[in-house]
Design a protein around this ligand. Structure first.
Ligand SMILES: [Mn+2]
Length: 386
């Protein structure tokens, strides 16, 4: 017998226009549906007997009937396999649940809320599960036990958090591993991982946010007598990747955009990038990062820029030059804070925040200051205007 373990498809998820741009946000939403459609094809072409979906199949209760019908039509294309699904924190079976809006295919079995069992007798398999009916489950539940029927392949399906003590059904991976099941199929964490012997997160078939780098796909499990084979099948259309790009004071928004585009082309323009900008920007002339992102999107490169550039100036020299004026006082207040930190063990995050405050403040003050290079000309102009 062969089954797939999938989770966290989040079908119907909308991507923020502010980070993806209108067109790509729309396209990415469609890609989640396309990947589910490809998954149905995969099941048809690879002798899959059943598919376990461990929660967050739908992204929310807000899906429209039309979209649900479209998803249901994909399920109807299954020639042999059935889907056994539990609900998770994004698609709990509440009275407003999207699952209530249409009649689902006979090939889609949605487990009722709470703990229960379903037997797939053709495959001598018994599935024990817990399905959600609320958006949070801050307390652990008693781990269900396998059925006592002998000679059965025993599966446990849960939407739970075994990595942190979160509000999403925190459970202990070792306890799950020792609960007597042949395979424990988990959902909720989007990154594929084996968290204890026989306990797996399949991860989401598509990465859903900029933090979700690495390969995404699902688990495929083959069971023949005593032989077991568990493998990860990479399946996502795109990956989120990281890039670092260096900039210099004489760069323009256009030259930076070009350099990022070249870096993305070298890596693979099909993927989505978090680009960290490093280096210095010219005093008083910070680049407009959103404009650079827009420009890249227009050229069909998708990235979110993390601006780690710093202004090009020497704080100590500026302090010396501005003794007794507002700029000097402002820098002085930061230098005093720095040396006055009593235990000297200032947190990195705190230091970084103060440094940012100093740079932003200076940026504002310096942009108000009259240019010093030719003050005479500038003053004269001012008088004339006045
Ligand atoms: Mn979840």
């Amino acid at each position: 017998m062969r089954f797939l373990h999938i989770s966290d498809l989040h079908l119907g998820k909308t991507f923020p226009v502010s980070r993806y741009g209108q067109q790509f946000a729309h396209r990415r939403r469609q890609e989640l549906l396309d990947t589910f459609s490809r998954l149905i094809d995969f099941a048809n072409q690879n002798q899959v007997d059943f598919i376990l979906c461990c929660g967050d199949f739908l992204n929310s209760e807000e899906l429209r009937v039309e979209e649900l019908r479209n998803i249901n039509a994909m399920i109807e294309r299954l020639e042999h396999a059935v889907i056994v699904a539990i609900s998770g924190n994004h698609d709990p079976q509440t009275k407003n649940s999207a699952y209530q809006k249409i009649d689902w295919s006979k090939r889609f079995y949605l487990a009722a809320p709470g703990s229960g069992r379903v037997a797939l007798s053709a495959y001598r398999t018994i599935i024990t599960y817990h399905s959600w009916d609320q958006k949070e489950m801050p307390e652990p539940i008693e781990i269900p036990k396998p059925s006592t029927q002998s000679g059965q392949y025993q599966i446990l399906m849960l939407h739970a958090d075994v990595l942190t003590k979160s509000r999403y059904l925190p459970l202990d991976a070792q306890k799950l591993s020792g609960a007597g099941f042949d395979y424990v199929a988990l959902g909720h964490i989007h990154k594929m991982q084996c968290v204890a012997p026989n306990v797996y997160y399949s991860g989401s078939p598509e990465p859903l946010d900029f933090g979700e780098s690495g390969e995404h796909g699902f688990m495929m499990v083959d069971v023949e007598g005593e032989r077991r084979r568990v493998q990860f099948v990479p399946f996502s259309q795109r990956e989120y990747r990281q890039l670092s790009v260096q900039v210099w004071e004489n760069d323009s928004e256009m030259s930076i955009s070009d350099r990022i585009a070249s870096a993305i082309i070298r890596e693979d323009p099909h993927h989505i990038y978090t680009v960290t900008l490093e280096g210095n920007y010219p005093l008083g002339a910070r680049w407009n990062i959103e404009k650079i992102e827009d420009d890249l999107r227009y050229k069909e490169y998708f990235c979110s820029i993390e601006d780690k550039t710093r202004p090009q100036y020497d704080i100590d020299a500026l302090y010396r030059e501005n003794q007794g004026n507002l700029i000097g006082d402002f820098i002085g207040s930061f230098l005093r804070r720095e040396s006055g930190a009593e235990n000297g063990e200032k947190l990195d995050a705190e230091r970084e925040l103060e440094e940012k405050a100093l740079y932003y403040g200076l940026e504002a003050l310096l942009s108000q200051r009259e240019p010093q290079s030719n003050p005479g000309l500038d003053n004269k102009q001012k008088r004339e205007e006045g």
